[in-house]
Design a protein around this ligand. Structure first.
Ligand SMILES: C[S@@+](CC[C@H](N)C(=O)[O-])C[C@H]1O[C@@H](n2cnc3c(N)ncnc32)[C@H](O)[C@@H]1O
Length: 308
């Protein structure tokens, strides 16, 4: 296994106010910043500690301050590629100097360079050696991130684990396309699922937003399944590819058209798929889709692409 070798991603940036605030507070120790940390594991050995940190969707500005403090305190950072890499590159570009050894376990959708068992064993080994380990995971560790498995593996080995939630792609990537997952009068709830899940059993109509992660490969099938229910074939759909990355792109259609559009445009992972009437609120929605009848018409307000 090797550390990151490529240069900083010029596209990534850190919100300067956040970076400045953290630098100004650099005298605070990590333990000062963990008031909400999990209680120490009963029987924990006097070993190192594992921090399970959500990196957010890939922009260093969306890493939490607590997550950054954990990174600064780390001896070793065990990092996914999706999300985590962009954050480390972005921090470096901002001049945030991390002294930890970085171990890239290379998790990309459908391609796990290091098997989960080996990642668990690595975390345990490093912590038992007395090191402070940050497991930096894309988005939030507990949203389709196998964070729970890593937590339990460490706890079984008697290692103290602290968890820092992250900004999940399920919410932040749709926001890039101007899509609020709930919006008064349009949608009252949302479900995050993967295409591997039993989306057939998902209830609700277009006012129940569905967010699919890891959904590109099975998009055609998912669209057919979701169109069979109350949503119907003309239910709006958006795909947001590579949110916060160099390939960021939005494709908007309906359950009837989206698979063909995705094929034509060569849509690729990582991407977040949003299904429901909230897609109409996106500035990327074609006028024909946006102007379909809505009893409550938030579209009457002039819209523009959001800045995140
Ligand atoms: C294994 S799941 C991990 C989700 C992560 N724990 C989270 O909370 O965002 C990986 C999937 O998240 C989505 N994803 C994560 N980051 C993304 C990004 N920057 N742009 C688009 N999709 C992203 C994609 O659907 C990808 O296939």
């Amino acid at each position: 296994m090797s550390g990151f070798t490529e240069g900083a991603d010029a596209g990534a940036s850190v919100t300067s106010t956040v970076a400045d605030a953290v630098r100004a507070d650099s005298s605070a120790s990590v333990s000062d910043a963990t008031m909400l940390r999990a209680a120490p594991t009963p029987g924990a050995a006097a070993s190192g500690v594992v921090w399970l940190v959500g990196a957010g969707p890939g922009d260093a500005g969306l890493l939490t301050v607590r997550g950054l403090r954990a990174l600064e305190s780390a001896d070793v950072i065990v990092a996914d590629r999706l999300g985590a890499r962009g954050v480390l590159d972005g921090l470096a570009a901002e001049g945030v100097h991390l002294t930890a050894e970085v171990i890239d376990v290379g998790k990309l959708p459908g391609h796990h360079a290091v098997p989960q068992d080996a990642i668990n064993a690595l975390l345990v080994r490093e912590a038992l050696a007395g090191r402070t380990v940050v497991r930096l995971k894309g988005g939030d560790p507990y949203v389709f991130g196998r964070g729970g498995e890593e937590l339990f593996a460490c706890q079984e080995a008697g290692i103290d684990v602290r968890v820092v939630p992250g900004v999940t792609s399920a919410v932040s990537v749709p926001a890039l396309a101007g899509i609020p997952l709930t919006h008064r009068g349009v949608a009252t709830s949302f479900t995050v699922a993967t295409a591997h899940d039993q989306i057939t059993s998902l209830g609700g109509g277009r006012d129940h937003t569905v967010v699919l992660l890891m959904g590109v490969g099975t998009l055609a099938h998912s669209a057919v399944v979701l169109a069979r229910g109350e949503r119907g074939a003309d239910c709006p759909v958006a795909i947001v590819e590579d949110g916060f990355g160099a390939r960021q792109r939005v494709t908007v259609g309906t359950l009837a058209t989206i698979a063909a559009q995705a094929a034509e445009r060569g849509v690729r992972s990582p991407a977040v798929v949003v299904v429901g009437d909230v897609v109409r609120l996106s500035p990327y929605a074609p006028a024909a889709l946006a102007s379909l009848d809505l009893t409550f018409d938030p579209l009457a307000v002039p819209r523009k692409a959001p800045s995140l």
